[in-house]
Design a protein around this ligand. Sequence first.
Ligand SMILES: *[C@@H]1O[C@H](CO)[C@@H](O)[C@H](O)[C@H]1NC(C)=O
Length: 233
Amino acid sequence: MKAIWLALCLPSVFVKSAKLSRSASPRLQHDSSQATAFARLSSKNAVAQKLRKSHKDANACPDNQFPPVNVTVQGVGYLDDILSGDILGQLQTNLAGHPDWEIGKPWTLSMVADSVEREMDRKFGFAGGEGFNVFMVKKARVGQKIRVTDKVKTLAISTRLEYRGQDPITLEGAIHLTDICLRPMTCDAFFQQHKKECLDDDLWKRKLNPEQVTGHTRSMCCEQMKCAEEAPC
Ligand SMILES: *[C@@H]1O[C@H](CO)[C@@H](O)[C@H](O)[C@H]1NC(C)=O
């Protein structure tokens, strides 16, 4: 089943990414009025574009299992799904095929959220127990960077992303979620939680590019230093 899904979907993914990279530079210029203003301010346009591109690369999310879609939330009540059936199915298929989606393993969910609601902050999260990877979208705020890490509480086939607030969301186009990424916890999050781990340590040093390395323990995120032969540890 997974093989069929891959066979059907991979070519279109490649086409999409090829198109994206070809149109990337013109799109950057028209991104937003803010970006245009920024470009105008900069006397060296090319330098500014380069900087923005590398910033974008740094935001890439390796091992992302969330389907490449943006989500609009409207017309949902308590514990309703916020993903449409086909997107949810795709997510479940991805997670079922990932060796790390296991109950008890830490995964990180991140996104950028925009809310045009005036009354209420809204709570979302995955179904299971009291919910996991639960996050709040604040009212009347755009560009909210959200990032939560939590232990998995459901099997892949019963994973659902839900609205978890009591009051229904009725406003049209109330909340937009973009840049959604779901992946196993990476070592940069581990180091945020354990600020001194593998620093000034005679035995361990941090692996390079911790945001690219999946891990939640010292032995996953650090490597033992090899001692020079003439100066054994
Ligand atoms: C999602 O939204 C972002 C920001 O508005 C946009 O650049 C991107 O193309 C959208 N992606 C999809 C799949 O619609």
